[in-house]
Design a protein around this ligand. Structure first.
Ligand code: PEP
Ligand code: MG
Length: 754
């Protein structure tokens, strides 16, 4: 029986489409069990019925015609109870439902096995026999096992829209849900991308000639570097200068010590180039995998992707053939790398859809930067069945349509036309002041530091940098960077933006962002040793960083210093004393350094309640709503299971923001917001109403937020805030703000259309 089971499962797996898979099942199961009929009914929840989709034994004309109301008959019973119904004589059961002309009359023995996936009943697999005889235990378990396999095939077909077309021809308007990653509507043809080479499959082998292997490896790295250069050139006409910086980041990573030197060391130790590369990449990935922070973990996928590119070169000595992309390409994949996006000519790229990823993944950051609509984390995306299919991605809602109906497609085409007009209006805001209709200026700053960019995105549009995260330069090395290396790094950022201010945050590693060379093992890392807690315990790390920052600012004087995770006054006092000491020491050493304005991040609830005490000691407060939301709501910001509870519009977050703004005002200090909330156009009226002095956000949000600022008065913003403060739920706050955006004609910032 096991061999038969395997054979049927294999045949189901290989079937090109669901109807073919069902045909295999009904034929082979009937034969294997020696039953007289085998049928599959699939549940159509919209129409509240179970539809006969395939049969061997009933008249073929019954397929699609026999439709059993959701809770009726023996099939309804098996589905409703999600349990097996095994009867010697169906006709005598109270639930038996005789259907005229179904051809079922001669059959007495009945076995109904529900087809279930993730606790959801998708249909019922039914066996019938003439004799009044129950099915034996081993027959039942055989059918159960098959039903489980079938569930996966059905779920896949549902994902591709195939099931909908089979059940309701002419009505394919089902969509798949994912995470909205970059706003916009993309209509086009699916182009599926796969990982270029499977590093994990590479075995270890002794290197017969290590020197020749090293030469091969170096040539492969140089080849990939040249590929990146060519891509960068090709994109030159379509991307803004600053966007090109991503390519520099890849080159830096590709030629980094940890990738090149370690692989060469492994070759010298006796492994062949491919095996040495696999081992090096695996080690780097293990380091990145230990990081919970989604931003930094994304850097791991870059390393893996570069490793694969080098492997392709080692395997074939050249890159893959040039692909031919549809004119409106929707790039589809399980996981899509930044390199794969860059390979599509910009004018052909209509959208990006991936099964994995989160809103803060590199993919999402890049898509937003390029203005390409994207949905990520589309878990039901049947990647292998989508090549060449017509699709639509709604990047506002994270929805994906496969072969949409004419009505759906026409509606999205109309929305896309409206959107193009809207984007042109937003573009017109470039260079315009970020000022309310009643003349209040709200400067918009940039969050940067997540990728090793030489010229970060959004330089021209921002008032400066509101948050420069310094973790990355620490993560990509194999030891703490020294004062000189850090000084050069910070100098570059400060110079790029001078004379505009650049707020550099001191190291915020630990807990969820461990350094590979500074392991910290904790059972509750978010409540553990992180941010200022680490640097306070290690003044030498803090002093080195602060000295580097102060020296980098000499002659530019546009540095502002920001302290993360402050929870107590003592932490702040100690940090301020160290900053003063660093400044004094440097002056004694003859450096023309100045004490910069220092700010505190408000991201721990304790800091909200003591915001006044903290504000008294520093020049400005900067609210980190990402962590503040996580700590106020006790919801891990990286845990998908509780993602629905993570709500930056929760009334508690709003009240905390109120309290911080009041405390800052009380001491005449500026307050800014640098968490993701600052880049959400819905939040702009609230933050304006609160009287924050500036906002800091990702490059892609600058024009969108500016659009809101320039369309609203501060008086109206204050009214909205007052109404939002009456809300008892986050949903109420969001609905209020959505209405407000619609009212000023900017609903198109957060939903499809104008
Ligand atoms: C925050 O917590 O809101 C913040 C801006 O810092 P990070 O996302 O780096 O923790
Ligand atoms: Mg934070």
């Amino acid at each position: 029986m096991l061999a038969t089971l395997r054979r049927i499962i294999d045949a189901v797996d290989r079937a090109p489409a669901l109807d073919a898979a069902l045909a295999v099942v009904v034929r082979d199961v009937k034969q294997a069990i020696g039953a007289d009929v085998c049928s599959v009914y699939l549940t159509d929840t919209a129409r509240r019925e179970h539809v006969l989709m395939a049969t061997d034994g009933l008249p073929p004309a019954s397929v699609g015609r026999i439709r059993i109301p959701l809770h009726r008959g023996l099939i309804g019973r098996a589905a409703e109870r999600a349990d097996i119904v095994n009867l010697d004589d169906a006709h005598t059961h109270a639930c038996y439902l005789a259907i005229t002309d179904s051809g079922e009359e001669p059959f007495h023995g009945f076995l109904g096995v529900p087809i279930i996936q993730h606790r959801r009943v998708l249909g019922v697999l039914v066996l019938r026999r003439r004799a009044a005889q129950r099915f034996a235990d081993d027959e039942v378990t055989f059918v159960m096992t098959l039903a489980m396999q079938l569930a996966a095939a059905i779920a896949l077909a549902r994902g591709s829209g195939e099931l909908m077309r089979l059940q309701q021809p002419g009505l394919p308007n089902h969509f798949l849900e994912g995470i909205a990653a970059a706003p916009g509507v993309g209509i086009g043809t699916a182009y599926v991308v796969y990982a270029p080479a499977d590093l994990d499959a590479v075995p270890d082998k002794p290197a017969s000639d290590p020197d020749a292997e090293i030469k091969r490896f170096r040539a492969a790295v140089a080849g990939v570097a040249a590929d990146i250069g060519r891509l960068a050139e090709r994109m030159g006409g379509t991307l803004r200068d600053e966007d090109q910086a991503l390519f520099d980041a890849w080159r830096l990573m590709l030629e980094s010590e940890s990738l090149v030197a370690d692989t060469i060391a492994r070759i010298r130790a006796g492994n062949w180039a491919q095996g040495a590369l696999r081992a090096t990449v695996a080690e780097l990935l293990a380091e990145f995998d230990r990081v919970d922070d989604p931003y930094l973990r994304e850097r791991g996928s870059d390393v893996r992707d570069l490793g694969r590119q080098v492997l392709v070169r080692l395997q074939h000595g050249a890159t893959q053939q040039a692909a031919s992309y549809p004119s409106q390409t929707l790039l589809v994949g399980d996981e899509i790398s930044a390199m794969q996006i860059a390979a599509v000519p910009r004018e052909s790229l209509a959208g990006i859809i991936s099964r994995r990823g989160s809103a803060s993944s590199h993919l999402a950051i890049l898509a937003r930067g390029m203005g390409v609509p994207a949905a990520v984390g589309v878990l039901e995306l049947p990647v292998s069945r989508l090549e060449g299919r017509a699709m639509i991605v709604d990047g506002y809602r994270g929805r994906v349509y496969v072969e949409p109906s004419a009505t759906v497609a026409a509606e999205y085409r109309r929305l896309a036309v409206e959107e193009r007009a809207f984007s042109a209006e937003l573009e017109a805001l470039r260079g315009q002041p970020s000022e309310t209709t009643d003349g209040f200026a709200l400067p918009l700053y940039l969050n940067t530091g997540l990728v090793l960019e030489q010229r970060p995105l959004g330089i021209d549009e921002s008032a400066g940098v509101g948050l420069y995260r310094t973790e990355l330069p620490f993560m990509v090395r194999d030891r703490f960077p020294g004062e000189e290396a850090q000084q050069r790094h910070y100098r570059q950022v400060l110079t790029t933006f001078a004379p505009r201010p650049v707020t550099i945050r001191t190291l915020d590693v630990g807990g969820d962002k461990p350094l590979p060379y500074f392991p910290v093992h904790e059972s509750n890392p978010f409540l553990g040793w992180r941010g200022i807690r680490i640097t306070r315990d290690h003044p030498e790390i803090f002093m080195t960083q602060v000295r580097a920052m102060l020296r980098a600012a000499v002659g530019l004087d546009n540095l502002q210093l920001l302290l993360p995770m402050i929870t107590t006054v003592d932490e702040l006092d100690d940090a301020l004393a160290l900053i003063q000491r660093a400044c004094d020491e440097l002056q004694e050493e003859g450096h023309a350094v100045r004490l910069p304005p220092v700010g505190v991040m408000i991201e721990v609830p304790a800091a909200v309640y003591q915001a006044d005490v903290l504000a008294r000691r520093v020049s400005f407060l900067s609210v980190g709503t990402n962590d503040l939301t996580q700590y106020l709501l006790a919801v891990d910001r990286n845990n998908a299971r509780v993602a629905a509870l993570y709500d930056e519009f929760h009334p508690a977050v709003l009240r905390a923001l109120m309290q911080v703004a009041e405390a800052a005002r009380g001491h005449g200090r500026e307050v800014t917001v640098c968490g993701e909330l600052a880049g959400d156009p819905r939040a702009t009226p609230l933050l304006l109403g609160l009287g924050v002095h500036s906002l800091s956000m990702g490059a892609g949000s600058l024009l969108r937020v500016k659009g809101v600022v320039r369309s609203i008065s501060r008086t109206r913003a204050r009214e909205l805030l007052a109404r939002a403060l009456l809300c008892e739920r986050g949903a109420c706050v969001r609905a209020l703000l959505m209405d407000a955006l619609e009212e000023i004609g900017l609903g198109g910032l957060v939903r499809p259309g104008r």
